[in-house]
Design a protein around this ligand. Structure first.
Ligand SMILES: Cc1ncc(COP(=O)(O)O)c(C=O)c1O
Length: 563
């Protein structure tokens, strides 16, 4: 017989096995291996020592000594403070080590679809496994399948910031673990959210009507997609209350061809007829911002056709190229047509805490709702999407329910905020803790410095691109995103599509950096979004070198001569 003990040695458990009278047998060993094979597909060397002991033990004890099994099972202490202390320290060490070594991983995961099924058992364990073994699986099996959004070499999509403050807030939220759907379920959760959203609104110099002391207020949603959905529902119901529910088929929504797809999805969910979802054209003449004339013309046409324009969404910092729609003009059009005006500043809103970038949201005074993802570029771990509305009663009208089992004195007296009525789900996490941590542990000045530094790094990258005549910067940079491309041969076949696709694909496959793409005016464009918390100047320079080297290799390859 073989004792499957690791250097960890689990001495206590070994003694216990012996005390229980177990001496092992070849049969146990064979059973163990068969069981192991069926769970893992094959026997893997990393299968934990503890699990082996537990399996042997349970095979033995299960048939002969049910009372010991019962004792073992009743020994589960899922909230033992000392165990938490010990294991959480180990987990924090693991995460800190991950951050320290994050540059050594390929930024974009290089695994193939389905890779994990090969590595993990077919079913969950019957008996406990050790944290040590699980962390070793995380290291060997999970991390290879992770795309490292916190890597300093991550320049794709938009960032999704972690920070120590955000992490600590998440940890505290997980620790307290309340479900704060109404005030009474945890008054602090609701009240902190109200206060922290007022703080952030003041940092952004949002109009007074978004603050909680009036008719408006702020709420944390999970994502910008949820934010636009809830305000669309509020706007829809507001107009249908006036006109009657049979007018749903006449309601029209407007946004630009650069707006995020989340509004389209919200329309699908809200029952807005897809033929009434307007995608207004933009082009390079306005740097892909909405033009007031285009909106007015579309609205007039729809009104003439007997339709009802009711929702207009402008974006500050579009996903493709960070275009900024002119809020004042767009807002005035919305107002004069009695439409709900929503501003999506999911990414760029964060920059507006700096006085020099605040002007990008001038005109927000006209808005009925404003959204910014603190989980993008504001050091607040995912998820934390901050939404402010001018008239909270519109949201509540649409989303409130009042079942008997949730009734309570405070809610009935109408003296408190019940955030369940401002969102889709009932349950909600204590997310304000992490935003509060970020605001308190960093303070406004550091947050401004953080944003400015990324914009400066993006400026540097833009200069590097502009200095290489093989490339072009496609649209002027506004925040920390640079849109650029490798210039195709003038007689190239596809306007540089394949060349730039290959450039992106090869740099991403190298694992050195991760960038993304978009299409603007039919051109395949590379997006280089600065915003990961660990990114420094040296990463920008190394990224540019990786891109230049790959570009040189592609251009030298005779296979690309026709592009
Ligand atoms: C401008 C804009 N709006 C909305 C979204 C959707 O964000 P979320 O994932 O929070 O729904 C994004 C995502 O990148 C975005 O860039």
């Amino acid at each position: 017989m073989v004792w499957y003990l690791s250097p960890l040695s689990f001495l206590g458990k070994l003694c216990w096995v012996q005390e229980a009278g177990y001496r092992g047998s070849c049969q146990d060993e064979q059973n163990l291996k068969a069981d192991e094979r069926s769970r893992h597909g094959t026997v893997t060397p990393s299968f934990s020592a503890l699990t082996r002991v537990n399996l042997i033990l349970s095979n033995r004890l299960g048939s002969e000594n049910p009372s010991i099994v019962a004792e073992m099972e009743s020994g589960l202490k899922p909230m033992d403070a000392e165990e938490l202390r010990e294991n959480a320290h180990k987990m924090v060490d693991f995460i800190a080590d991950y951050y320290k070594s994050i540059e050594s991983y390929p930024v974009l995961s290089q695994v193939q679809p389905g890779y994990l099924r090969e590595l993990l058992p077919d079913s969950a364990p019957n008996h406990p496994e050790s944290l040590q073994d699980i962390l070793s699986d995380v290291q060997q099996k999970i991390l290879p399948g992770v795309t490292h959004w916190q890597s300093p070499d991550y320049f794709a999509y938009f960032p999704s910031n972690s920070s120590t403050a955000g992490f600590l807030g998440e940890m505290l939220s997980a620790g307290i673990n309340i479900v704060g759907f109404s005030w009474i379920t945890s008054p602090a959760a609701t009240e902190l959210e109200v206060i922290v959203l007022d703080w952030l609104a003041k940092m952004l110099k949002l109009p007074e009507h978004f603050l909680s002391h009036g008719k408006g207020g702020g709420v944390i949603q999970g994502t910008a997609s949820e934010a636009v959905l809830v305000v669309l529902l509020a706007a829809r119901d507001k107009v249908l209350r006036k006109l009657g529910k049979y007018f749903l088929g006449k309601l029209v929504v407007y946004n630009s061809d650069q707006a995020h797809s989340s509004l389209k999805k919200a329309c699908q969910i809200a029952g807005i007829h897809m033929e009434n979802y307007r995608v207004l054209k933009t082009d390079s003449s306005t740097s892909y911002a909405l033009s007031a004339d285009v909106i007015s013309e579309a609205i007039s046409k729809d009104c003439a056709a007997g339709l009802i324009p009711f929702f207009l969404c402008a974006t500050v910092g579009t996903t493709s190229s960070t275009a900024v729609d002119p809020l004042s003009e767009v807002g005035r059009i919305a107002k004069s047509n009695d439409m709900w005006f929503h501003v999506d500043a999911a990414y760029a809103g964060s920059a507006c805490i700096c006085p020099e970038y605040r002007h990008y949201i001038d005109g927000v005074e006209e808005a009925d709702s404003f959204n910014m993802n603190a989980h993008k570029w504001f050091l607040t771990n995912f998820d934390c999407s901050t939404l402010w509305v001018k008239d909270r009663s519109a949201l509540i009208h649409s989303l409130s329910t009042n079942p008997e089992y949730l009734k309570n004195k405070a809610s009935q007296a109408n003296t408190v905020v019940d955030y369940k009525d401002w969102q889709i789900p009932l349950g909600r996490r204590f997310r304000s803790l992490k935003l509060w941590m970020v605001l308190r542990l960093y303070g406004l000045q550091n947050l401004q410095r953080y944003i400015r530094n990324h914009i400066k790094l993006a400026e540097l990258f833009e200069e590097l691109v502009a200095a290489d005549s093989r490339f072009e910067v496609v649209v002027p940079r506004t925040f920390s995103l640079v849109c650029f491309r490798l210039l195709p041969r003038p007689d190239g076949q596809d306007n540089g599509y394949k060349l730039n696709y290959n450039l992106m694909d090869t740099v991403n496959s190298s694992g050195k950096i991760f960038i993304s793409h978009t299409v603007l005016s039919g051109q395949f464009i590379l997006r280089f979004a600065v915003g990961a918390p660990l990114t420094e100047e040296r990463h920008i320079k190394a990224a540019w070198k990786a891109l230049q080297d790959q570009a040189s290799a592609l251009l030298a390859d005779p296979g690309n001569s026709e592009f």
